[in-house]
Design a protein around this ligand. Structure first.
Ligand code: SAM
Length: 330
């Protein structure tokens, strides 16, 4: 049985598909204030064919992302079609979604009913005014909070919150997020800021690192580190009274490339083997030229074998990725 493995022996079982690179938010650390480049979107059937082939090669988890994936009409039907695929073990693939949550309240239950297992909502502040300054959209906070609550209500479990902290901007939100995880019964995950933004503002100093987050949060309530799966990207902690969980994804201070299990498909159908890839690989063009499933499989296997060993964030001679986060799919 052919399973995706790279030349460093890593097994690849995690797929992210960006279904659009349009976004209704303009988060200060992600996008410029203007519209900028936009790549094509493919019909859902094209992503579905790619996903089917990849699931046949050992992918067990599919995350839909963007841009903002909920801007795409037809996402519920797409999830329903993905849920009909079967992994090499004969199971339904795990299906997850990353969203800014703005349009989530209405669609959380239909997505769950269609086969969505989990949702991650991005929130970089838990106060409405700060939230608006970060997203550059007025009055978004209440919609997102409603989306978070609707997701829990729909049984999307656990609901995770992604928060990117920037020094001097929202680092004071650490403890408020500690309260939020306890009150809203969601898992809050802090992600270290990576140099993947459109405005090229990244510096090592702006990154709020794992140790600092743990130290600051412990001033609020004592934390206990939890055991985590080998391939899990987040270090997990719970409060010592058992209420509330936080995770920290620390690609800058504690890189986890050695057990990376991910590949990505961009909205225009390019295969990427690393967030920081300097190239991507045009799977869609091959499809357009009439390639058979066997040809596509051969192409994918060869591309994945050459997955980059690691990223080089913060090292001299660091070469920026060929695309920024919003155009890759975070
Ligand atoms: N629009 C959706 C959302 O807001 O979740 C999906 C796309 S967004 C690019 C995915 C995630 O990437 C968000 O949680 C966002 O905070 C995170 N992100 C964006 N730029 C980042 C960067 N430079 N470093 C780390 N995370 C970043």
């Amino acid at each position: 049985m052919l399973k995706l493995t790279d030349n460093f022996g890593r097994s690849i079982h995690d797929l992210r598909i960006s279904i659009t690179d349009r976004c209704n938010y303009r988060c200060v650390y992600c996008r410029t204030g203007t519209n900028g480049a936009a790549y094509a979107e493919l019909p859902f059937d094209d992503y579905l064919r790619m996903a089917r082939i990849l699931v046949g090669l050992g992918i067990t988890k599919i995350r839909l992302t963007g841009g903002e994936p909920l801007l795409r009409k037809g996402i519920v039907e797409f999830v329903r079609d993905l849920a009909k695929l079967r992994t090499l073990d004969g199971k339904k693939p795990e299906i997850a979604l990353t969203t800014n949550g703005h349009l989530l309240a209405e669609i959380a239950q239909p997505l769950k009913d269609a086969g969505l297992d989990r949702v991650t909502v991005s929130m970089d502040a838990v106060d409405p005014e700060r939230f608006a300054r970060i997203t550059r959209v007025p009055n978004g906070y209440d919609s997102v909070l409603a989306g978070v609550r609707a997701s829990r209500q729909a049984g999307l479990d656990p609901v995770k919150i992604n928060c990117v902290l920037l020094r001097g901007f929202n680092e004071d939100q650490i403890i408020p997020f500690g309260m939020f995880t306890r009150e809203e019964r969601v898992v809050v995950r802090f992600i270290e800021f990576m140099p993947l933004e459109e405005d090229r503002v990244w510096t090592p100093e702006i990154v709020v690192r794992l140790d600092e987050i743990v130290e600051r949060m412990s001033e609020y309530l004592p934390l206990e580190e939890m055991t985590h799966e080998h391939s899990e990207t987040a270090r997990r902690y719970r409060f010592s009274d058992g209420v509330g969980e936080i995770g920290i994804i620390a690609p800058v201070s504690h890189p986890f490339c050695g057990h990376c299990s991910r590949i990505r498909i961009t909205s225009d159908g390019k295969l990427r083997t690393c967030l920081f890839s300097a190239w991507d690989h045009d799977l869609h063009e091959l499809m357009q030229r009439g390639a058979t499933d066997e040809k596509l499989t051969e192409f994918i296997v060869k591309v994945v074998e050459k997955k980059e060993e690691r990223h080089h964030i913060g090292e001299p001679g660091f070469v920026p990725a060929s695309r920024t986060m919003v155009h890759i799919g975070g």
